[in-house]
Design a protein around this ligand. Structure first.
Ligand SMILES: Cc1cc2nc3c(=O)[nH]c(=O)nc-3n(C[C@H](O)[C@H](O)[C@H](O)COP(=O)(O)OP(=O)(O)OC[C@H]3O[C@@H](n4cnc5c(N)ncnc54)[C@H](O)[C@@H]3O)c2cc1C
Length: 383
């Protein structure tokens, strides 16, 4: 094998690229990862330090096996790296009348026989006196939920891949790629690399890297907020869960206080349509009005004083489900994109699925993740 020749190339060394590199390397594949920036950066979709992991999945019960596998792999990664990556503090879904996220999560839990609780507002207030839960809201508790620390997670996955022989080229954008029955290639300013298989995990840049497919992906600017807390101990992970509050203000979610100072909160809905290539201006106060309004009404110990903020990108598909599938024209190219603002928790399971699709021609992706649903009929693979 010459220096520019590999078993697999991963285009994009972010969340799913790091996970794919870890999975490929575990399978003994000599892997090259090409990343246009440094390994962990703020320009894509993995900024902001933490990500919620839920087992009872409101978006569709089809995701439950995937999150169960991801949960196992996150714990393997903790054992292998010796670092804390996942904190299982439990999850609380709160839904105002007429909003269904909590009920949809319960459906998913019932379908998969997951442990859960369904509480009244009074029961919720007794358990979490630091939350002012209205009487008429639905409350769903997912005891398996918690949050992933993104930097140790990404460093861990890529670090393990490199330890197993993967090569990471940072600051080396892929300019062009192609594939034939003999294999795939990627050209950068430095070299043209070849491999038997290629996994494309380009995040918010996926639509341009895969321009031939004309995928209906929409990039959205999202803002994250850290609000000062009066008594941080009250909102620590030992006492306070990750939460989603589904109401007229949006699907607002947040995390326990882990920096001794502030509570991180954001809205999953909305967000200005933008382009991945645009350098995002910093978040401005008026983008936080709904999250601050919810925080001060629901959490008596949380102030509306902003102590930090950041901007991050969602890459939405029209149905908000992911794409993890073979390229319709190239069986040796796998596409992992369109993670629609909820992909991080699944990363190690997505990496594993992408590696299996690349390696095994009989492997099928779950229908909910198929690329066909986003392609015009004339682009569907006739196979
Ligand atoms: C504000 C916010 C909150 C979120 N909250 C949650 C949550 O609580 N729970 C959850 O599960 N998920 C959450 N997500 C979603 C999750 O973070 C994303 O789904 C996930 O990070 C997407 O991973 P990715 O690999 O597609 O993108 P990225 O991690 O951005 O990786 C894509 C990489 O490809 C690289 N790349 C692109 N083009 C090229 C090229 N030509 N050459 C080389 N490299 C290239 C990019 O530089 C980038 O590093 C959230 C996302 C955001 C933005």
């Amino acid at each position: 094998m010459n220096a520019n020749s590999f078993d697999a190339i991963v285009l994009g060394g972010g969340t799913m690229g790091s996970a794919a590199a870890w999975a490929l390397s575990r399978g003994g594949k000599k892997t090259l990862v090409l990343e246009q920036f440094g390994h962990i950066h703020e320009r894509g979709s993995h900024g902001g330090k933490t990500r919620i992991l839920r087992h009872a999945y409101a978006e569709s019960p089809a995701y439950v096996p995937l999150v169960q596998r991801a949960d196992e792999l996150w714990r393997d990664l903790e054992r292998e790296t010796g670092n804390c990556i996942f904190i299982r503090c439990g999850g609380l879904e709160m839904a105002a009348p007429g909003h269904s996220h909590a009920r949809d999560a319960m459906q998913s839990a019932i379908e998969h026989g997951l442990a859960f609780e369904w509480l009244t507002g009074a029961e919720g207030r007794a358990r979490w006196p630091m939350i002012r839960i209205p009487d008429d809201w639905d409350l769903f508790v997912d005891p398996q939920a918690g949050f992933v620390l993104t930097e140790p997670a990404l460093q861990g996955m890529m670090g393990m891949a490199v330890r197993l022989g993967a090569v990471l080229h940072e600051h080396e954008p892929a300019l062009e790629w192609g594939a034939s029955d003999d294999g795939a290639w990627v050209r950068t300013e430095t070299a043209t690399y070849r491999a038997a298989t290629l996994i494309i995990a380009a995040g918010a840049w996926a639509a341009s890297v895969l321009s031939e497919l004309d995928l209906p992906l929409q990039v959205r600017r999202k803002t994250l907020w850290w609000l000062a807390v009066d008594d941080p101990d009250l909102y620590a992970p030992e006492r306070f869960p990750v939460f989603i509050a589904d109401s007229d203000l949006g699907q607002i979610y947040g995390f326990p206080v882990i920096n001794g100072l502030s509570l991180k909160i954001a809205d999953h809905t909305g967000g200005q349509v933008t382009s991945a290539d645009l350098i995002q201006p910093p978040a401005v106060d008026k983008e936080s009005l709904n999250v601050r309004s919810l925080a001060t009404s629901l959490f008596p110990g949380v102030t509306d004083r902003i102590v930090d903020r950041s901007v991050c990108l969602y890459t939405m598909t029209p149905d908000a489900h992911f794409v993890v599938d073979r390229h319709p024209s190239h069986g040796n190219v796998v596409v992992a994109c369109g993670f629609s603002g909820h992909g991080f928790k699944f990363a190690p399971a997505i990496g594993e699925l992408a590696a299996r699709l690349a390696d095994n021609p009989t492997e099928q992706t779950p229908p909910i993740l198929s690329i066909d649903r986003l392609l015009p009929l004339d682009r569907l693979d006739p196979r």
